[in-house]
Ligand binder design. Structure first.
Ligand code: ZN
Length: 322
């Protein structure tokens, strides 16, 4: 009788010990869960869990869509890589619908064409996306590519006079020389438009125009069209699709902080023979840059639309870039 009694006591102690041990394990598991894999948190009720859920939501949805935080530095977007851009592009339609609408207008501008390699590809994208843009054309390139110039007009885009020669050594010699070169471009343009184009963009940018140039051009009815966002797609070191996209996205953040209407500078030209480009040569980089702009353009358009913008062509009523 003694032996079975001892066995019973031993068994009871063993069962009790195993129950206690199991309770300890459960406690450890709960503690480990909070600090562990976020994906396993079931939207729990403890303060620790709700904090985690909030941080997951905000990291997914407070991308470039959200208004910039107060004091956010303009350099922040430069540190955002292509990953951040993809997060932005992945914004759900419901999120996009909450963006403010009404009167937000952006202006896409393409400089230095028409170009026989790239302009029509840009026109195809614009047609597909139902966007009107402005082509800042060089007179000598209109002369080289008249049918492409006519398609720009037929597709309903605007044209801006970018001088005939685009040659700094010619046009910046004097205000008269600049005026004369714009007139040369208009001789070619007028064959297709029926009237001269008085909107112009100075090669190299409006900053290259001194007060004498500005006064002279104004007195002849010319209206300057600048830009406030650059794709930087003429970088002699070469740019990628992601560079072009990120340059424009960060430029838009800056322009919005300054409460300006975005006028975006990209390039379709100039006209060059693009065969036999030696790797790393200026011509190869030129080709790479044009391809980068083409590749980035659809996502650029989507980005502006997701922020509530519509697109318009530049005209006399376009707000100044600065
Ligand atoms: Zn130019």
């Amino acid at each position: 009788m003694n032996f079975p009694k001892r066995l019973l006591v031993f068994t009871l102690i063993a069962v009790l010990a195993s129950i206690l041990a199991a309770g300890g394990c459960v406690g450890q598991k709960e503690g480990g869960g909070e600090a562990g894999d976020i994906s396993t948190v079931p939207g729990g009720t403890s303060p620790g869990n709700s904090k985690l859920v909030k941080s997951v939501v905000s990291s997914e949805y407070s991308g470039p869509e959200a208004p910039p935080a107060a004091g956010e530095s303009s350099g922040k977007s430069k540190t955002e890589g292509p990953q951040a851009s993809r997060t932005h592009l992945g914004v759900p339609a419901a999120e996009a619908r909450t963006q403010p609408r009404g009167g937000k207008v952006a202006y896409l501008t393409f400089d230095d064409g028409p170009n026989s390699q790239y302009t029509e590809k840009i026109l195809d994208i614009l047609r597909r996306k139902k966007v009107k843009a402005s082509f800042v054309v060089v007179g000598k390139n209109v002369k080289l590519n008249p049918s492409i110039f006519q398609r720009i007009l037929a597709d309903g885009h605007a044209v801006v006079n970018h001088t005939y020669s685009h040659d700094y050594s010619v046009i910046y010699r004097s205000p008269e020389a600049f005026l004369s070169d714009l007139g040369e471009a208009n001789k070619v343009i007028t064959q297709y438009t029926g009237k001269p184009v008085m909107l112009f963009r100075a090669p190299g940018g409006p900053d290259k125009l001194g007060p004498e140039f500005t006064a002279k051009l104004r007195s002849h009815g010319y209206i300057s069209v600048g830009w406030n966002i650059s794709a930087v797609d003429t970088d002699p070191r070469g740019v990628t699709q992601a560079d072009v996209y990120n340059n424009i996205v960060s430029g838009l953040e800056r322009v919005e902080r300054l409460k300006l209407s975005p006028i975006i500078l990209m390039h379709d030209g100039t006209q060059l023979a693009t065969t036999d480009a030696r790797p790393g040569s200026p011509l190869a980089i030129y080709i790479q840059n044009r391809e980068a702009t083409l590749a980035a353009l659809p996502a650029v358009i989507d980005h502006f639309r997701s922020k509530g913008y519509t697109f318009a062509v530049v005209d006399e009523s376009t707000p100044p870039a600065w």
